[in-house]
Design a protein around this ligand. Structure first.
Ligand SMILES: [Zn+2]
Length: 148
């Protein structure tokens, strides 16, 4: 009995710590590759190469579509992280529920990476040719500087 009581607290504490780490990892998962230094690659590219008015006209609809799709996927990622936390809280082991929840986190994070890259290329296509060199440099620097 004493052992059972003694074990309960550390397990609960461990579960709390694991949930914190997993939530941070899950949220961070999709961002690590495309958002070096915890900043947003998309915002960074817009800051480095501000769109002029004609580029804004060309890209406006694509920017809005990207923002909508990104918001939807970020909502999925938050839900998936919550499900992962709930699964770990219910049973802090590698269980089928934890695996299923972690796969959903991976799917959402992967979708977020893919639509961000797609948008990075559609932005590039909408830039004037003489703005593309600075854009390419910012993109490659961001990705390379974040490489392990
Ligand atoms: Zn954009």
């Amino acid at each position: 009995m004493a052992i059972g009581t003694a074990m309960r607290l550390p397990l609960a504490t461990l579960a709390g710590a694991v949930i914190g780490v997993v939530c941070a990892l899950g949220i961070g998962w999709g961002w690590h590759y495309l958002n070096p230094g915890h900043s947003d690659l998309h915002e960074r590219l817009h800051a480095v190469v501000p769109l002029d008015n004609s580029e804004k006209d060309i890209l406006q609809a694509k920017e809005q579509l990207f923002a909508t799709r990104r918001g939807e996927i970020e909502a999925r990622l938050r839900i998936a992280n919550r499900q992962l936390a709930d699964a770990i809280a219910a049973d802090p082991r590698w269980s089928p529920q934890v695996e299923a929840a972690s796969r959903e986190v991976e799917r959402a994070a992967g979708d977020l990476q893919r639509i961000t890259l797609e948008h990075v290329f559609e932005m590039r296509a909408g830039l004037k040719p003489d703005h593309r060199a600075a854009y390419d440099k910012a993109l490659l620097d961001a990705l390379r500087n974040d490489s392990p």
